[in-house]
Design a protein around this ligand. Structure first.
Ligand code: COA
Length: 164
């Protein structure tokens, strides 16, 4: 497989500093301990206007379905020096798309950032730009595979995601 760029620089809103991060393979074990058991543990259902669409996504199961597969890839964004995964994505390489079935693309099937890292910059104290960094990874992989970077993201029917 082509060697893909894996270094990411993110703004840490709480300190105002840039921190180093890395795109890593998301194994089921990593997803379970660093996403499923963490991301929503402090979530206050009562104060949320509506429950976030991805509240019940089980990333350990998502990662297990990509485990050992050549075409389905599951990656996360790991903050260097911190025991933290702040974003995750599952995509399929070389997928035939609705737009043009003959020009294959990388299709992003699931993408999410940690609840503390999402939204317009400064809306949350985490790291803005994680969603973009993950999308760029799918584009870079599509480029390395000779797909000219063609990438498709299916949006879920939520206003904020459509805007993203
Ligand atoms: C959608 C999602 C992945 C975006 O990730 P993110 O890390 O917050 O996005 P980024 O910080 O990279 O933002 C990229 C751009 O989108 C904009 N954006 C992100 N969320 C937005 C929102 N809620 N409303 C308006 N704009 C938004 C940012 O302002 C930024 O624009 P800019 O480059 O002009 O400043 C994240 O909000 C999420 O996990 N949502 C829940 C799950 C989901 O909807 N997944 C996607 C479909 S599978």
């Amino acid at each position: 497989m082509a060697v893909l760029p894996d270094k990411v620089s993110l703004l840490e809103v709480s300190s105002g500093r840039n921190v180093a991060a890395k795109i890593v393979e998301l194994t089921p074990a990593l997803a379970r301990t660093h996403i499923d058991r963490i991301w929503w543990s402090d979530f206050d259902e009562a104060s949320a206007e509506e429950p976030p669409e991805d509240r019940d996504w089980k990333w350990a199961d998502v990662a297990a379905r990509a485990d050992g597969s050549r075409d389905f890839i599951c990656v996360g964004v790991s903050i260097t020096g911190a025991d933290e995964i702040c974003g995750a994505m599952r995509y399929q390489t070389g997928a035939a798309t609705f737009f043009n079935p003959t020009d294959l693309a990388n299709e992003v099937m699931l993408l999410a950032t940690a609840p503390t890292s999402r939204g317009r910059p400064w809306a949350n104290p985490g790291y803005p730009g994680v969603g973009s960094a993950l999308l760029l990874r799918a584009v870079a992989h599509g480029d390395a595979l000779g797909l000219q970077g063609r990438t498709v993201l299916r949006s879920i029917p939520v206003k904020a995601t459509i805007r993203f």
